[in-house]
Design a protein around this ligand. Structure first.
Ligand SMILES: [Zn+2]
Length: 106
């Protein structure tokens, strides 16, 4: 599990920087350095699509769970999210059973 968490953390942070590069990417490095962090966050949220912003939030939440040692537990039923699922979707909050249950019509 420790190894899985390390791997998940690495992949999450990688995706995170990739997403952020999609955002305020037009500035040069110098301009970027001149932006205050708060301003940078605002610019980022204006330029990222709804979907990318959501993904960024999920990634931050997942990294937070890894750091709090709450990673890999289904938020709905409390059971372990399968290793295969975490490898496929490192930011998963729900186990496959709950995910499918939540999506089922009716
Ligand atoms: Zn579950």
């Amino acid at each position: 599990m420790e190894e899985l968490k390390r791997e998940a953390r690495r992949r999450l942070l990688e995706r995170r920087s990739a997403l952020i590069r999609l955002g305020p990417g037009r500035e040069t490095g110098e301009e970027r350095a001149g932006l205050a962090e708060a301003r940078f966050q605002v610019e980022l949220s204006l330029r990222l699509s709804e979907r990318d912003r959501h993904e960024l939030e999920e990634i931050d939440a997942a990294v937070g769970r890894i750091d709090r040692d709450a990673y890999g537990k289904c938020e709905s039923c409390g059971r372990a999210i399968g290793r295969q699922r975490l490898l496929a979707v490192p930011e998963a909050r729900l186990c496959l059973t709950c995910l499918l249950g939540a999506q089922a019509p009716g």
